[in-house]
Design a protein around this ligand. Structure first.
Ligand code: SAH
Length: 226
């Protein structure tokens, strides 16, 4: 086993399983996907550590446990159409791409959007469609979705995303203040939305029409990038 492979297996055994991640497909993909390819070379030695890491432009690749928890919350079986808001490094995108039929991923920062596309092409994730825009408005032309994952924290659940979720569909989204949020799992049913709180968390801000405005977002970044 290579040094990275070993670290990856340890990450699953020590960070994910003891905290209750049980979905075998999620554990398998996190055991095999090279997370170190999604950070800059100088950070590769830390890629399997139990925390978020900077990916440039004030953004972060989420802690492995949070990625696992969010992915498990979507309960993917392989046939789903998935919308992801906040491509970032593309690590979460690659996981979703291996576990579903198609991923539509939206990023608002051009530098990250371009790098993520390049990385995912290198890993042959060819069921991913990328878009550079404000993800709080969703992706109307590709809706409705079986699952929606939002990787940045906003003040509320954007109504556009609720509208674009299928009945029976799952959404995982951090909602709260600029400093701290609750990671929510939402299931859309005929009668409304069923919400469960998964964990307390601190994501980078969701900026956009139905998120924080740019100035509020900048203030949040200075307070606590995580
Ligand atoms: N899961 C990602 C983490 C990305 S961090 C990873 O594994 O790397 C959150 C990302 O959301 C950032 O790249 C940020 O630019 C992006 N973001 C914030 N608001 C957004 C919006 N309204 N639309 C699209 N992307 C947004």
């Amino acid at each position: 086993m290579s040094r990275f492979e070993e670290a990856r297996h340890r990450m699953v055994e020590e960070q994910l399983i003891p905290r209750g991640i049980r979905n075998a497909r999620v554990l398998d993909i996190m055991r095999s996907l090279p997370r170190h390819c999604f950070v800059e070379p100088t950070l590769q030695n830390q890629a399997y550590d139990d925390n978020a890491l900077p990916i440039g432009e004030g953004q972060t690749i989420s802690q492995p446990y949070i990625v696992a928890l969010m992915t498990e919350g979507l309960a993917l079986l392989g046939k789903e159409q998935v919308l992801e808001i906040g491509t970032g490094s593309g690590y979460q995108t690659a996981i979703l791409s291996r576990l579903s039929a198609r991923v539509y991923t939206v990023e608002r920062l051009k530098g990250l959007f371009e790098k993520a596309q390049h990385r995912l092409a290198g890993l042959a994730c060819d069921n991913v469609t990328f878009r550079l825009s404000d993800g709080t408005l969703g992706w109307k032309e590709a809706a409705p979705f079986d699952a929606i994952l939002v990787a940045a924290g906003g003040p509320k659940v954007p109504q556009a995303l609720v509208d674009q979720l299928k009945e029976g569909g799952r959404m995982v989204i951090p909602v709260g203040t600029r400093r701290s949020q609750v990671l929510k799992r939402i299931v859309k049913s005929k009668t409304g939305l069923e919400e469960t709180a998964l964990t307390a968390c601190a994501f980078v801000p969701l900026l956009g029409d139905l998120g924080w405005d740019e100035e509020e977002g900048k203030a949040a970044l200075q307070e606590r990038p995580c």
